[in-house]
Design a binder for this molecule. Structure first.
Ligand code: ZN
Ligand code: ZN
Length: 367
């Protein structure tokens, strides 16, 4: 039997919707019917060929999409979710990347998001078993070693899909940051889904003030609704010096205690000028571009700098739980910008690449 999926056969070439084999389930594996897949900047970079090859091997053909909410249709054997409940057909789930559990990073280092042999949804070949490892398809295969998180009833499938990358990475970032003290000012660079979610969580964590830099205006209005005390539109402050002056003006000339970089990595040098001496900087947004940083900035500033790669199952749980419990107060659905069918996946990637759309949702339909 075959099912339909949007397939990248070659980097940078439009995708085609084509049949892909429906795999037999290995013991412990789960088959999900995709309810919604969202795309992030990583999908664009992988499509462009900037990221994603594995040990130098080509990953094409592949099905994009690593942020997916599915309904369980089949489980081979008994599986339990993160909270210990048995997973059954009809459950809505998001599923973490399966880490190998055996490599140096999984065992000795205790940093499984750096696993050298993980399966990375949305960039695995779809001409090899188990074929369905990307969200832009009718069905998704979840290997036995992947941890499963049930989606709370309060959270829509598109929003849950977005939590499967953007929001869980933010939760990982806050874990690395440690406590936010009540006297601290947090600056968020960016007002895309990462930046908006970081704004909401920084507010909830008890920051004294939350500042968000981004655009356009509509997103900054959302940032304010989510708890930003002050926002700066990059359209009104188009050069880095102006933006840095704004942050210094808002922080008695010292800079923010904590800066969370939720835009392209090209914003890191600017962000390092916005964090106070002795402050903390967390780099979350990615990008292939080279950046130049004055060598002395780390020693002069006595900074803590952390970079975040992906997240673990408990970060997914934290993100979904946050969305479910704050749903009444926070307009999270504003994060989700536009819907596309499987056959419009190329358009969705192009719209993301040109910054027209922040968080496209791919629905498993053809028209
Ligand atoms: Zn591993
Ligand atoms: Zn992502």
């Amino acid at each position: 039997m075959e099912v339909l999926a949007a397939v990248v056969s070659e980097h940078n070439v439009p995708l085609r919707v084509q049949p892909v084999p429906l795999p037999e389930l290995e013991v412990g594996a789960i088959l999900g019917r995709v309810e919604a897949a969202t795309l992030c900047a990583t999908d664009v970079h992988v499509w462009h060929g900037d990221l994603g090859s594995k040990a130098g091997q080509s990953i094409t053909p592949y099905i994009p999409g690593h942020e997916t909410a599915s309904v369980v249709v089949d489980v081979n054997g008994e599986r339990r979710d993160l909270l210990g409940e048995i997973i059954k057909p009809g459950d809505r789930v998001v599923v973490a990347y399966p880490f190998c559990g055996k490599c140096f990073y999984c065992t000795i280092a205790g940093q499984p998001t750096l696993c050298e042999d993980s399966i990375r949804y949305g960039r695995e070949r779809c001409d090899l078993f188990p074929y369905l490892l990307g969200g832009c398809a009718e069905y998704h295969y979840y290997p036995a070693r992947a941890e499963v998180i049930r989606i709370p009833d309060e959270v829509s499938s598109p929003l849950a899909a977005a939590s499967a990358c953007a929001f869980r990475t933010i939760m990982h970032g806050f874990e690395r940051l440690g406590d936010i003290r009540p006297n601290e000012t947090v600056l968020v660079q960016g007002s895309g889904p990462l930046g908006l979610f970081a704004t909401a969580v920084a507010r909830e964590k008890g920051a004294r003030r939350v500042l968000t830099i981004g655009g356009p205006e509509a997103r900054l209005e959302v940032a304010k609704a989510l708890g930003a005390d002050e926002v700066l539109n990059i359209a009104d402050a188009s050069d880095a010096a102006q933006r840095t002056d704004w942050v210094l003006g808002e922080t008695s000339g010292r800079g923010a205690d904590v800066v969370i970089q939720c835009v392209s990595a090209s914003a890191i040098p600017e962000g390092l000028n916005m964090v106070r001496r002795g402050g903390r900087y967390v780099s979350i947004g990615t990008g292939p571009e080279a950046v130049t940083i004055p060598g002395a900035i780390f020693t002069n500033k006595n900074l803590k700098f952390a970079s975040i790669r992906s997240g673990r199952a408990h970060h997914f749980h934290q993100a979904l739980d946050f969305l479910a419990t704050r749903k009444k107060d926070i307009p999270f659905d504003l994060f989700i910008s536009a819907e596309y069918s499987l056959s419009q996946t190329t358009q969705a990637l192009e719209d993301m690449a040109s910054y027209k759309i922040v968080k496209p949702v791919i629905l498993p339909t053809l028209a």
